[in-house]
Design a protein around this ligand. Structure first.
Ligand code: ARG
Length: 370
């Protein structure tokens, strides 16, 4: 970011902070930040600014249906941490603190920011917990095909690989102050998983399906007032359809619909039996049922849709306009049975924000050179 852009982004954010938190005239704080930028090329957020910025970045996430609780985001300030092994240890702590045996809470850990001539650390994994994808000789993939790139990359960096199941937890791949990415196994006690059963079919368990409890996005940059925090893993809790209608069902992910439909005895020869639709419903019931039984927080898409409309109403009451992306907000099954389907949204982009930088994609896909 050019210096003049940083100056104006800082002023804009500090003004927003002062206005919303009723802190009075921001002029002095802006002048101090400008002096700091003139002297060092960057400026440091106060803890209060960091907490406010991280929460508002969630509020501004157009693709997120779960924003009603944006103000309850907990923020772990770890801006002094920049070495790869310290980022790994603090990320494992993040998972423990977010998981709490299943009573999941929204949490972000913020590591060192990018500053002129001194980049902050980077987590190359898309999420803190992801399952490996191993290519098979027959052209298929064991595990999650989405993570085949980062799996291969971890192997190139010396990770010996897991036991070879469809649900091997990947190590973290972290680039710290020394610039070379290294891999770190996640301690078992940091990763809670749920085995999938079905409320009516006793044979379902034998499918051997499972998913991790906490979705913790790890390669998005938290951008606040012109400052980029490239390593700022954050999590909420799952909505069932993310697992049951996408991760386990998409043809380019675990692609389980044909196999389960077969077990259900459905006619898979014709689309018109609606075997995919019927299987999706049972798979999603299985996810909600299993998380509930395990005492792990999970939302269903009906409840979460209503909460989102509550959020819109609340924000409107505060005089704030909410941006949203219809194609992400509407759940992937039974869209029209939820109220979020039947309306339109503004797509305005605001900062602070969680943003994907293109090179982060390359890293997560293992396509960046090492
Ligand atoms: N859809 C992603 C996944 O299935 C997680 C994205 C964030 N989701 C959330 N509920 N906070 O892993």
């Amino acid at each position: 970011m050019a210096p003049y852009e940083l100056l104006s982004a800082a002023a804009e954010f500090l003004t927003l902070h002062h206005t919303e938190e009723r802190l009075g005239d921001p002029a002095r704080r802006i002048a101090a930040a400008h002096a700091e930028i003139a002297g060092t090329g960057t400026y440091r957020h106060t803890t209060e600014e960091l907490v406010f910025g991280a929460r508002v970045a969630w509020r501004n996430a157009n693709r997120c249906i779960g924003r009603l609780y944006w103000h309850s985001l907990r923020v772990r300030d770890r801006r002094e941490v920049r070495e790869a092994e310290d980022v790994a240890a603090a990320s494992a702590d993040h998972l423990r603190e977010a998981t709490r045996d299943g009573r999941i809470r929204a949490l972000i850990t913020v590591f060192a920011p990018d500053t002129p001539g001194r980049p902050g650390p980077r987590i190359w994994n898309e999420q803190l917990v992801r399952y490996a994808g191993y290519p098979r000789p027959d052209g298929g993939v064991t595990g999650d095909p989405r993570n085949a790139g980062i799996t291969a990359l971890a192997r190139r960096l010396g990770w010996p690989g897991g036991p070879g199941t469809a649900f091997d937890v990947l190590p973290l791949v972290i680039q710290g102050a020394d610039d070379t990415p290294r891999w770190f196994a996640l301690p078992d006690d940091a990763v809670l998983e749920v085995d999938l059963a079905h409320p009516e079919y006793p044979w379902w368990r034998a499918l051997g399906l499972r998913w991790h409890a906490v979705p913790a996005l790890a390669n998005m940059c938290l951008e606040i007032g012109g400052i980029c925090y490239p390593a700022a893993p954050f999590n909420g809790w799952y909505m069932g359809t993310e697992i049951g209608a996408r991760n386990l069902a998409d043809a380019d992910r675990y692609d389980l619909l044909p196999r389960i439909a077969h077990r259900l005895g459905l006619d898979t020869r014709t689309d018109r039996s609606l075997w995919k639709d019927r299987t999706l419903v049972e798979l999603n019931r299985s996810v909600l049922h299993s998380f509930d039984r395990a005492g792990v927080t999970i939302a269903d898409h009906h409840t979460e849709s209503r909460r989102f409309l509550t959020h819109l109403g609340r924000e409107e009451g505060k005089g704030r306009r909410v941006g949203a992306d219809w194609s992400w907000i509407v759940p992937p099954i039974s869209g029209s049975a939820t109220p979020v389907f039947h309306r339109m949204y503004e797509t305005v982009e605001r900062t602070p924000a969680y943003v994907h930088h293109p090179e982060a994609h390359a890293r997560a896909n293992g396509t960046e050179m090492v």
